[in-house]
Ligand binder design. Structure first.
Ligand code: PSV
Ligand code: MN
Ligand code: MN
Length: 388
């Protein structure tokens, strides 16, 4: 039997980080559909993130993206966030938008471009010092489009050289999270295409280097929960970029495409001790809301992660183990499916009320008048960063 009050305690201390770029205008390469009321400044993105936390109670930090969220004084920005009840989370670097990076950033054949990229990454660590952020999230668009275009092996050497320089610059309480992605924008080779490549570099670098799993960055059919279980076992899972996908890197709301996959992932997190704060796993969202309202989209996403987590915590671990040990395939699967098929919405509504929140965060947000206020106040909102 699962102890419901222990499940509730675990859910009460859940921490899901929202990304600053989710609040700005975004779209595809075909069209960005501007929405009224979107933030014009990093401060306004933080204001919106604070709303998500206000109504869900489990989204107390917001990730920044540099240079999309450039300000003169990062310590002041961190203070600003705290005054609004949230804090600055991971710092995301950006070495993919300058013309110089056409042939890559840290893996570019030109040493001057590599140096420029490295300087940006080091600057991101300076920003972390000012904001008190623990994590530097690294995603590289580096790769090649044509066979023979560049030397695959040398690009790995260049990558490692840069990663090592960043690693050495990290403070004692700071980490780097190395994200992988199968393809796009490079279409032949990507320099960090999969968890194995990220893992191998992180292993060589040391304990402050960890793999981050973006759920949208795999080939169709990839068993992501296996990757999660493996990395957790090896002490190399640093965190998640949650989103969902039907085709490629769709960046849709987490849990929208495949809530069962999200549950299976969260089960492995719980099973491997990754839900314990000591494990230090960062649960982040990495999404764009191209056609739906953004703050509401983030609230819905946070709720989707909560629901999957609640189900994972509800798995009757003793019954599952017993069925597994006795080789009862169907009984084991039934225990696993029982938890997935539980409607956890009443439990979460009850929990929210215990936390002093409205049981329905979307309804409460809609009734708050915040959206109408930002639409009236904010004129000329900016893009999330993509194509800005
Ligand atoms: C690009 O694929 C990407 O979505 C990566 O997942 C990063 O985490 C994110 O952009 C922000 O740079
Ligand atoms: Mn990502
Ligand atoms: Mn992505």
């Amino acid at each position: 039997m699962t102890d419901i009050s222990a499940v509730k305690d675990a859910l009460r201390r859940q921490h899901i980080e929202t990304p600053s770029w989710a609040y700005g205008n975004s779209g595809t390469r075909f069209k960005v559909f501007p929405q009224p009321g979107v933030p014009r400044t990093p401060q306004e993105k933080i204001d919106d993130a604070a709303q998500v936390h206000r109504f869900t109670g489990v989204a107390p930090s917001v990730a920044l993206h540099i240079p999309w969220d450039t300000v003169d004084d990062y310590a002041a920005l961190a203070d600003y966030a705290e005054e609004r009840g949230v804090r600055v989370g991971a710092i995301n670097s950006n070495v993919f938008q300058d013309d110089d990076y056409k042939l890559g950033s840290v893996t570019n054949p030109d040493p001057a471009v590599r140096k420029k990229a490295l300087n940006h990454l080091l600057e991101c660590v300076d920003i972390m010092d000012a904001t008190g952020s623990r994590d530097l999230k690294l995603w590289f668009s580096d790769g090649t489009n044509y066979p023979g275009q560049d030397d695959i092996r040398e690009r790995q050497d260049r990558l490692f050289e840069a990663l090592q320089a960043v690693y050495e610059r990290l403070g004692d309480d700071q980490r780097m999270l190395l994200e992988y992605k199968l393809f796009e924008p490079a279409f032949y080779t990507t320099d960090v295409p999969d968890w194995g490549t990220s893992y191998a570099h992180c292993l060589k670098l040391g304990p402050k280097a960890q793999v981050v799993v973006d759920t949208g960055h795999h080939a169709p059919g990839t068993n992501i929960e296996f990757i999660v279980a493996f990395l957790l076992r090896e002490g190399k899972l640093g965190g998640f970029d949650f989103n969902s996908r039907f085709y490629a890197d769709d960046d849709l709301m987490v849990g929208a495409a495949d809530p069962f996959q999200l549950y299976r992932i969260m089960y492995e997190v719980v099973r491997g001790g990754g839900y314990e704060p000591a494990a230090g796993i960062a649960f982040m969202l990495d999404q764009c809301h191209n056609i739906e309202p953004k703050i509401q989209g983030q609230i819905r996403s946070v709720m989707n992660v909560q629901e999957a987590t609640a189900k994972a915590l509800l798995v009757d671990a003793d019954a599952l183990r017993e069925a597994q040990r006795s080789g009862d395939v169907l009984a084991a699967n039934a225990v696993f499916m029982d938890a997935f098929n539980t409607d956890v919405r009443p439990l979460l509504a009850e929990l929210r009320e215990e936390m002093g929140l409205h049981p329905d965060p979307v309804a409460a947000y809609k009734a708050s008048g915040y959206f109408e206020r930002i639409v009236a106040e904010r004129v000329g909102g900016t893009q999330a960063g993509w194509g800005a």
